[in-house]
Design a protein around this ligand. Sequence first.
Ligand code: NAD
Length: 381
Amino acid sequence: MRIFVPKEIFPGEKRVAVSPITVAKLVKLGVDVEVEQNLGASVNWPDSHYETAGARLSSSRRASLRGAELILRVRKPPFDEIDDLKAGGIHISLLDPFNEEKLVRHLAGAQVTAVSMEMIPRVTVAQPMDVLSSQANLVGYVSVILAANAVDRIFPMMTTAAGMIKPLRMFVIGVGVAGLQAIATGRRLGAWVEAFDTRPVVEEQVKSLGAKFVKLDLGETGETAGGYAKELTTEQLQRQRQLMADHVVSADVVITAAQVFGKKAPVIITSDLVQKMRPGSVVVDTAVETGGNVEGSMRDQEVTLNGVKIVGFANLASRVASHASEMYSNNLGAFVQYFWNRETKAFGLDLTHEILKACVVTHGGEIINQTILQTYAQATS
Ligand code: NAD
């Protein structure tokens, strides 16, 4: 089976889908790996390292896309490259299928088996393949580094001859993987941290990182069977904004990382509230790509409102592209390795397997993923 890894062409994307280390692992399995020339340039992985690992270099992206049985990449395929993919071939990438109905239908029409890495289930056996976690972890770290750069104070407490500096106050809203890493990073820098999430099970994790968990009574919240947050009702969200207001206003740094899987992010901080914050403080909205948790946050911009900076940069993981690529590549490698059939020397596409049932979106000319089919049906009804 031939695998091809094309260079990412999405504007600003510096991550690379496959590292030389992963190539070596795939080659050991018996895979014929081809990578586009300069694949690793954005993270300083030279072509020679890929060749040493056993990959062939391709100087014709189009010919290689047509010739490969399996494509690995970070971003969804560009629309105009889908017709270049082999009918019956497998395409593995982030796909954003909830928001990409046209693209997904095109993939189905082109007889491509498209895997959405976002939809790998959060079960123990799939942890090494979990790209959402590996990337969100880095997003949490970067969000705090951006905040530290933008805020007008330092994070740690300091006792000096010139006076005593109190630790910075940081409030983290949404304690999934990104939020937890934001707390850990803020604590390492010396901030006093508090955090809130609608899932009560998070309280212990917050406390174990030395932060305070803010308890708000929003009525029944809970989580889905898959461990994700349930969407709040309009009334609950309104109540959350009211009850949280004092914590936001007294913070020097607010990191928002609240998401509801497959849905638009909840708007948690309104402009009114931002205007009550101390001028010089900072809000980093890590949910800007899914609509934003902060009213007025703008994709890829730093907006100032009444002296408060609202940082809305997208694709934070790409700002630490080297580690993000290493982690993403390990996830892809684990996925291919897990389903690799050593006898047929091909990816074993067992569509009854719980992991593939969850993440394969198109196959045999159709959309076969039940979650995605339901989402598209609801959108048209
Ligand atoms: P996510 O990115 O979907 O959401 C981020 C956080 O936002 C979640 O904790 C969610 O509860 C919270 N949230 C939603 N609405 C909110 C609101 N109105 N106010 C405040 N917070 C709100 O989550 P994620 O980081 O992908 O993780 C989801 C869950 O999956 C977590 O429990 C995580 O620990 C778990 N997980 C399990 C595994 C596994 O293998 N078992 C692997 C990774 C993650």
